[in-house]
Design a protein around this ligand. Sequence first.
Ligand code: G16
Length: 545
Amino acid sequence: SQLVETIKSLSDVHPKPPHLRFQYGTAGFRTLGSTLDSVLFRVGVIAGLRSKKLDGRTIGVMVTASHNPEQDNGVKIVDPRGEMLESSWEAHATALSNAPTTDDFIIALDALIQNTKIDISKPARVVYARDTRPSGVELVAALEDGLTAIGAEARNAGVTTTPILHYLVRAINTKGTPESYGDDSEDGYFQKLSDAFKNLVSGRPPIEPLLIDCANGVGALAASTLTEYLGTSLHLILENASISTPGALNYACGADYVKTTQRLPPSLADRLKPGQRACSLDGDADRLMYYYLDERGVFHMLDGDKIAALVAAFIVDLVKSAGLEHEVKVGVVQTAYANGASTKYLAGRLPVKCVATGVKHLHHAAEHYNIGVYFEANGHGTVLFSQPTQAKLARHQPSTPAQSTALKHLVNLTQLINQTVGDALSDMLLVEVVLAHKSYTGVEWDSLYVDLPNRLVKVVVADRNAFRTENAERRLVSPPGLQSRIDELVRRYDGGRSFVRPSGTEDVVRVYAEAVVKSQAEELALRVAGLVYDEAGGDPSKRPK
Ligand code: G16
């Protein structure tokens, strides 16, 4: 048919590199940007088919490699409610991206259409965006060829953050319905967030300026627009906003740098005054880390776990003050990376669940609560208010002025929080609201609980797929025998905990360890990394030390 001919001729322009194998992982496809041309073309076709399958509902495509180095790039597909792609389609995407030739690709497409019963005559609608990576320009051109090939109605959302793209997808698909998520434009996003923020902080003392490390990425553009909408309600000081300096993206700055090194980005050393709050975004502005320097200049990190603790306690209090404590249950979702002290703090107050790494796992688990707070320790997270809970908030009749105020705050929170996905800017405003309401500085926030010392190590191995886990990634089932050797080591450390898992975004195995004493946490992490390394074999010069 005509469609097949169009796909064929355009596919020939985007041949698959023969020796590479692609995988739709934790955050979509992610690898060296220069190898992704065929993947982007094919993702365009797949996104179009996904939309056809869902009766022409709009699908999102985000071109980004988030916290990865600048030369990497990637692409993820967003489902109609702004959530991550359904997992059965992750496998379809992996299969289609690996078809060796155009003919194989056509055969695989045909199989997908038959197996998932896609009515090819349905319309296809896709909205897409990219971050500031230089390779993004050509990759978007390849994506556009894919969209053309499948005959999709395409909307280019330009250079923007991952969470804004997720917002747009939900806003487009709910337009004109009772569940309308907001105007389907960047303006709609900024307006929604800033209005809710101003409502939530009105009548409170002025907020001290906040320093924001934009990781030299797309967050700089969004943060700069946000300042205009916020006016005098919050003064943001933008740092690391050099989006066109080659090599600057995520380099010695950004949320991942802060979390993994547990250090202040060196570029902020002369900028941050003792006691002043600061935060870091990552390369596509979906992660957030807070921190401050104390009077002695010592760095204090306020990570995703601390954000979850702050926010969950605040919401629980509001629910109580609104007189809804018996009807609205708040719960928290974490991963194995959550600091043991945070889990202890939270579990003493509300239900806490642990799931595998990856926002989609946390998101789905959080949907089981009336209000689900989820954060990964790396600063990726949000809060979900179930539809029935939002309806309850809308119709609840408060019986006192205090109840009425708390209720209003809760409703404004549903507007302030980007409920489609973790959103660094929305989360930042949320943190600022809680700090303002509690009259907390970083010091009071930090003292909610004391982090157990911990260390994260990357191990380069021949085949990370040899490492398989169970129990929310807390235990290894393969390679056989390795887990019991880890257990034996862990037992020798006071408060010791350690786990090993293959990364879903980089070609490495990650090792996490914590213990009561810092030097012990470090030692435990390195010894477990050594075990992993010996098990997997490899270049002795790269043995972790
Ligand atoms: C992505 C995922 C996160 C995950 C992170 C690290 O983040 O969205 O949920 O925590 O990768 O995953 P891994 O340890 O498997 O490499 P981002 O910000 O890079 O999109």
